[in-house]
Design a protein around this ligand. Structure first.
Ligand SMILES: Cc1cc2nc3c(=O)[nH]c(=O)nc-3n(C[C@H](O)[C@H](O)[C@H](O)COP(=O)(O)OP(=O)(O)OC[C@H]3O[C@@H](n4cnc5c(N)ncnc54)[C@H](O)[C@@H]3O)c2cc1C
Length: 501
């Protein structure tokens, strides 16, 4: 096997997205998963605008928006009374896609389909048991086969064997001991396109509309005093009781239980994302509360960030130092997600009488304010993610007074023209490629092609909206790499970023 090969352990959303990103640039990839086959049930439900954008750039979004519930509101009730109508999903200058509720299983299916088009099939029933690094590669033990590869990426979830094999710590704490979940087919006279939440004292219940006729997800913390070992029927019975009590519905006639589960909420972060030729992404690197629907989306963001860097390194077009920017950019994002989702969980669950008082009389009423709604929606969309503090951004010298994106910021989906004058959009040209937005195909284009190769890694575009005289180099993940006017300065940035000194 060529030593540029990347082994991806885990065919969840993170591993599949990473493999698509690597394959799209021609990197040899193998994806192994210890499960016998794809999961039919869903953990994640919320596909945030950033997650949808990543899937789109990877060519895997397909018909997901059409098959999703477009979420418009979160309706919060306190002691049975409607208290807040939080509008989400609205179009803002930053966010132009809706928030989608769609099964994680459907997201994975679209990614597998895309990966198949790129020539890779997931190897199911193949468990990674050990990994040993040498100077030029890594030997991976998968069942009884030892495979020599260039790189190993652990996308193998919260209990990651890759993380353990690499000796990477995963410190953290349990946030909530037990949560109950049931995906059920049940006709409910609740508003469609809205998540309904009921709060009363230390109890909470959420009902999420899912795609399909009368399909809902019910979720609640296990009431105090519930037995430790709960079977599926008991979980369902408890959730239906809570629904009766809180929503005061005349009848709850469950026609089918599609999935029931109990889970613990942990908050943990890997002490490093890389040890030599072994890297971590997704739940293998960070786990947190599902409140706010950020986990799968953060994993997709990790995958996109890592894919273009590892592809340049594996192809020998960049030094390994570029990979350090993966942790520098993505670990702070995970830290922030851990912080905000834990705070939200504490706020909603209300652990003490004082916390519940503040929740019911301060936080919940605040959710009716348009300015708060916009803030919550834009933050949860993940489109505000910026890498301004990245070592890559630090190398682009540019005045903070300049309007428009700064190095590290996400560049919006601008209207552009290709070299032949045909119209396109910036994001449609990214994914496998970099984009150089330039008024004319001059010295900056020559420099970029020299560094990134003439083999199609960079597309030269003309932006319809003016950036003044500035040329912008946009990374495959839609973040601004460099902005300026001097080809010598661009040459310097690329030399430094790709470790070619
Ligand atoms: C109830 C619930 C609701 C959630 N809701 C949301 C939401 O609305 N939005 C959101 O963004 N996130 C949500 N999440 C989080 C989301 O499900 C996870 O963040 C996401 O699944 C992480 O994807 P992953 O690919 O990193 O890992 P996983 O999906 O866990 O995939 C890991 C894969 O690795 C395989 N594997 C494990 N060990 C090995 C091994 N040794 N060798 C080979 N393969 C291995 C496993 O079989 C699995 O297929 C929710 C989570 C829960 C529990």
């Amino acid at each position: 096997m060529p030593l540029s090969t990347v082994i991806v352990a885990g065919a969840g959303p993170t591993g599949l997205a990473l493999a698509c990103g690597l394959r799209a640039t021609g990197v040899p990839v193998r994806v192994v998963d210890k499960a016998k086959g794809p999961a039919a049930t869903s953990r994640a439900l919320g596909l945030q605008p950033r997650g949808a954008e990543v899937l789109d750039r990877l060519g895997a979004l397909a018909d997901l928006p059409e098959g999703s519930v477009h979420i418009r509101q979160v309706l919060t009730h306190v002691n049975g009374e409607p208290m807040a109508r939080l509008n989400v999903g609205q179009r803002t200058k930053l966010v132009t896609r809706p928030g989608l509720i769609i099964s994680q299983a459907e997201v994975e299916a679209r990614l597998r389909h895309r990966l198949r088009d790129l020539g890779v099939e997931v190897e199911w029933g193949r468990e990674l048991l050990a990994a040993d690094q040498s100077i030029g590669g890594v030997t991976v033990q998968i069942d009884d086969e030892a495979i020599d590869a260039g790189w190993l990426v652990g996308c193998d979830g919260a209990h990651s064997g890759v993380r353990k094999a690499a000796g990477i710590g995963f410190p953290g704490v349990a946030v909530i001991e037990r949560f109950l979940l049931a995906d059920v087919r049940v006709p409910l006279s609740l508003p469609q396109g809205a998540v309904s939440v009921w709060l009363r004292g230390d109890q909470m219940l959420g009902a999420f509309p899912m795609p399909g006729a009368d399909v809902w997800r019910l979720m609640a913390p296990a009431p105090t005093g519930t037995a430790a070992d709960l079977g599926g029927e008991e979980v369902l019975a408890l959730l239906v009781d809570l629904l009766h009590d809180h929503a005061r519905l005349p009848s709850v006639d469950v026609q089918e239980a599609l999935w029931t589960s109990t889970f613990r909420i942990h908050r943990r972060l890997a002490s490093t994302y890389r040890k030599g030729r072994v890297l971590l992404a997704g739940d293998a690197a960070h786990v947190h509360s599902p409140f706010g629907g950020q986990g799968m989306n953060t994993g997709l963001g990790d995958a996109e960030n890592l894919a273009w860097k590892l592809s340049l390194v594996a192809a020998g077009q960049s030094g390994e130092g570029l990979l350090d920017s993966y942790e520098a950019e993505r670990r702070p994002i995970a830290e922030e997600v851990l912080e905000s989702t834990s705070a939200m969980t504490r706020m909603v669950v209300g652990g003490t009488p004082m916390a519940r008082l503040i929740r019911d009389h301060v936080f919940v009423p605040l959710m009716n304010r348009p300015v708060v709604q916009r803030m919550i929606w834009e933050k949860s969309s993940q489109l505000k993610v910026s890498y301004r503090k990245s070592p890559l951004a630090g190398r682009s010298v540019r005045s903070w007074a300049v309007p428009g994106p700064h190095a590290g910021d996400r560049v919006p989906d601008l209207k552009c023209e290709r070299a032949d004058g045909s119209p396109t959009r910036l994001h449609a040209e990214l994914g496998a490629h970099w984009a150089l937005l330039t008024p004319a195909d001059g010295d900056c284009a020559t420099v970029t092609r020299r560094h990134l190769g003439t083999g199609g890694r960079v597309t030269v575009l003309k932006a319809s909206a003016s950036n003044g005289r500035d040329v912008m180099l946009v990374r495959p993940d839609a973040h601004l790499a460099w902005r300026g006017t001097s080809a010598a300065s661009l040459d310097h940035w690329l030399t430094q970023a790709l470790g070619r000194t």
